[in-house]
Design a protein around this ligand. Structure first.
Ligand code: MOS
Length: 732
């Protein structure tokens, strides 16, 4: 029985954070720091004629100004981990509004900002392409760095169409969205000789280390990347970005540490965005609700210089049992920075379309939306034909329906009221792939009997420190207070990028294995040592609890980690273990699932939508900490509510400038927008995904929320809104 794993342990870094002591990147105290401010293109397409820096150079405190003309030749590196184009300008071509053109370095931030305002740039402007409507559309051969084809088919679409007795064919659209982590991107770059240290807001310290080394053409061993606390990432801190490269170049040039913190406004132009999507989705079904074909064609934006597809059809291929399917991507090349991953890339907008369409089909056939989904439940992965490693989606529907009171729903639109408010109940499914990577972990047993556990993973604020402490403590037989978990330094053993919801599934098996191995080593040393009270006992008989080591046969015989080390004359003992995804797990399709139920109340005259109730039930394998897991879900559902009702980046179609690049014009939910969110997890044992049986969690709960809300809005009003966000103007 788990004693620590799964328990609602408070965040081990919680106190540091609330007291302001946790050193976030921009807070790391460095002596002799200079400040860098980046200046950017004010046009979206054309050429730079001149960058006039002479006035700025004489402004107070200015140390240096580096324009793209003075940056050293940078090396192009493949898309992952950084865009194929040089992430920072190397010539006079302008590809998007906000393109970084150089950096001012000054003694203080204010001096650097002032001087940057004096940099005068003249351009030869050309007419940019900004919207999907303005752009030429093409069909990419492959998507997501070539790992997925641009077109996916199965079965026989023609026969699926012949079998169809009813069709839902609609276009669903979602807007451009920005990540807006609370903590903006920041870099603190310092050189010691030819060694570069970066304090960096990154989801991937190793990827940043590799990326910056490649771009600057220096050996990877010369670069150290540190990222100990992050105020959110959500995908916008996943790739190496221009500001990081400029900070490194600037620090080398001025021979001083340089700090660059992007402004909130620069966060809209410098770290990617979620592409708007136009999704042409057709469902064909028989009268009894069996899907006969699905055709999902997604159009999204990409930059002039990169191909990035928002893979909206990824969940469509595996979600329902349907023999005939086509998923196809189309891209529109426009003058913006390349779009990027944003929480559940593909699944978040894709499932808005699919789960809205399923609701439309349910309404057309007069079948309950849950019943329709059950009739199309995929018992195996319909695309790969592999069995699921585990799947409890039916239990999610059932438990969610029970908690929500779904059976009381009158399916007729506009049939439920509360005073002036129309009431609507909607639901949707959620899914997200459960992947993992290789990770290496070092455990140090310390003289005081405690343990230090180290690996180069990241904590985006999700609770990595906490859950890994729990896993290590449990495996070592220590209390969570006796384990210190260290992460966020590329000098530590390697762990994968924190993205695609893979951290727990990748790192926790390695932590568990390394901690178990360390315990085993200590036990073996003890039972082989005539001076140990447990000498001669079989290792299998030895238990460790809260640091006490004893024989189960004779609990009076006790030893301790510190005594074992002391008797062996060791100040500490180190064990390093590496784990990789089990090849056996490739025989299974690995996904997390969930079901989301939402009640909306809509003021009929004003079109105002209030989310009243929300129930989310998820199956994500083993939960390492029920409190941080619940927090993840609340965060994800909150994002989903924002996506459904508020979020939308407005871009000027003439200048390609983002309008309202701040947190007052770009709306996200605040407390009053979010109701009580009831979260449940299905107890699920998955023996295939990894040794601990954990599945992906972080990105799953945003998925389906926008559809559940759109479905609830339809139920309340009889109006089907297929264009996000669902704002009052669309309802009146
Ligand atoms: Mo997440 S969008 O994979 O950082």
């Amino acid at each position: 029985m788990s004693k620590i794993i799964g328990k609602p342990l408070d965040r081990v870094d919680g106190k540091l954070k609330v007291t302001g002591e946790a050193p976030y990147t921009a807070d790391v105290p460095i002596e002799n720091l200079a400040y860098g401010v980046i200046f950017q293109s004010a046009i979206a397409k054309g050429k730079v004629l001149q960058i006039e820096t002479s006035t700025a150079a004489t402004a107070p405190g200015v140390i240096d100004i580096i324009t793209y003309q003075q940056t050293p030749n940078l090396v192009k590196i493949p898309f992952f981990p950084t865009p194929e184009n040089l992430p920072t300008a190397q010539d006079d071509n302008i590809y998007y509004n906000g393109q970084h053109l150089g950096i001012v370095i000054a003694e203080t931030l204010e001096q650097a900002e002032y001087a940057a305002s004096l940099v005068k740039i003249s351009y030869e402007a050309a007419e940019p392409t900004i919207t999907i409507a303005q752009a030429e559309i093409f069909e990419p051969e492959s998507i997501f760095f070539g790992i997925m084809p641009g077109k996916i088919t199965r079965g026989d679409m023609a026969s699926g169409k012949t079998q169809a007795e009813v069709l839902v064919e609609e276009i669903y659209t979602t807007p451009m969205e920005h990540h807006n982590p609370l903590e903006p991107a920041a870099t603190l770059a310092m050189w010691t000789g030819d060694n570069l240290t970066l304090y960096e807001t990154t989801q991937g310290i190793s990827a940043t280390q590799r990326g910056i080394a490649a771009v600057l053409n220096i050996p990877q061993e010369k670069v150290r990347v540190i990222s100990q606390y992050l105020g959110g990432g959500f995908g916008c801190k996943a790739l190496l970005r221009s500001h990081t490269i400029l900070a490194a170049i600037a620090a080398r040039q001025v021979q001083r540490p340089v700090k660059v913190v992007l402004t909130r406004s620069q966060m809209y132009t410098s770290c990617g965005y979620r592409s708007p999507t136009q999704q042409h989705l057709t469902l064909g079904a028989t009268q009894d609700g069996k899907l006969t074909f699905i055709n999902h064609i997604g159009t999204s934006l990409t930059s002039i210089f990169d191909d990035f597809v928002e893979p909206v059809g990824a969940p469509t291929t595996m979600m329902y049992a349907c023999a005939n399917l086509q998923v196809k991507y189309r891209l529109a090349r426009i003058n913006t920075i390349t779009p990027t991953f944003m929480r559940a890339p593909g699944e978040a907008p894709g499932m808005f379309a699919l789960e809205s369409a399923m609701d439309e089909l349910a309404a057309a056939l007069n079948i309950d939306p849950i019943e329709l989904r059950l009739r199309n439940h995929a018992d195996i992965d319909p695309h790969t034909q592999l069995p699921w490693s585990s799947k409890s989606l039916k239990q999610c529907y059932q438990q969610g329906a029970e908690l929500f009171g779904w059976s009381l729903r009158n399916p007729v639109p506009r049939s439920m009221r509360d005073g002036d408010f129309l009431i609507g109940w909607g639901m949707a499914s959620a899914t997200f792939p459960s992947n993992s990577g290789k990770a290496s972990v070092k455990v140090e047993m310390l003289a005081n009997g405690e343990a230090r556990v180290k690996t180069g993973t990241q904590d985006l604020g999700t609770g990595t420190y906490t859950v890994m402490t729990q896993v290590a403590a449990e495996a070592l037989g220590l209390s969570s207070q006796q384990v210190q978990f260290e992460l966020g330094d590329s000098n530590l053993p390697n762990a994968p990028i924190t993205g695609n919801s893979i951290t727990v599934g990748s790192v926790s098996p390695a932590v568990h294995q390394a901690a178990s191995a360390a315990k085993q080593r200590m036990m073996q040393m003890a039972v082989a040592d005539p001076n140990s009270p447990i000498y001669g006992f079989p290792v299998a008989d030895i238990t460790v609890e809260s640091g006490k080591i004893f024989s189960q046969q004779d609990p009076s015989k006790q030893d301790s980690y510190s005594e074992i080390l002391r008797r062996h004359g060791l100040a500490s003992l180190e064990v390093t273990e590496e784990t990789s995804p089990n090849p056996e797990s490739q025989k299974y399709s690995k996904h997390s699932f969930g079901a989301i139920f939402i009640e909306v109340a809509i003021d009929e005259l004003l079109g105002q939508i209030k989310i009243r109730r929300c129930v989310g039930v998820y199956s994500v394998g083993k939960i390492l900490n029920c409190k941080t897991a619940r927090s993840q879900v609340i965060g994800g559902i909150t994002w989903g509510i924002g996506m459904a009702l508020m979020e939308k980046t407005v871009i000027d179609p003439h200048q390609g400038r983002i309008v309202g690049a701040n947190l007052s014009d770009y709306l996200i939910p605040v407390h009053t927008d979010i109701p009580n969110i009831e979260v449940q997890f299905i107890a699920e044992h998955d023996p295939h995904v990894n040794t601990l049986g954990t599945k992906s969690l972080g990105e799953l709960p945003i998925v389906g929320v926008a559809a559940a809300i759109a479905n609830a809005v339809y139920h309340a009003t009889g109006k089907r809104i297929r264009d996000l966000p669902i704002t009052p103007d669309k309802l009146i």
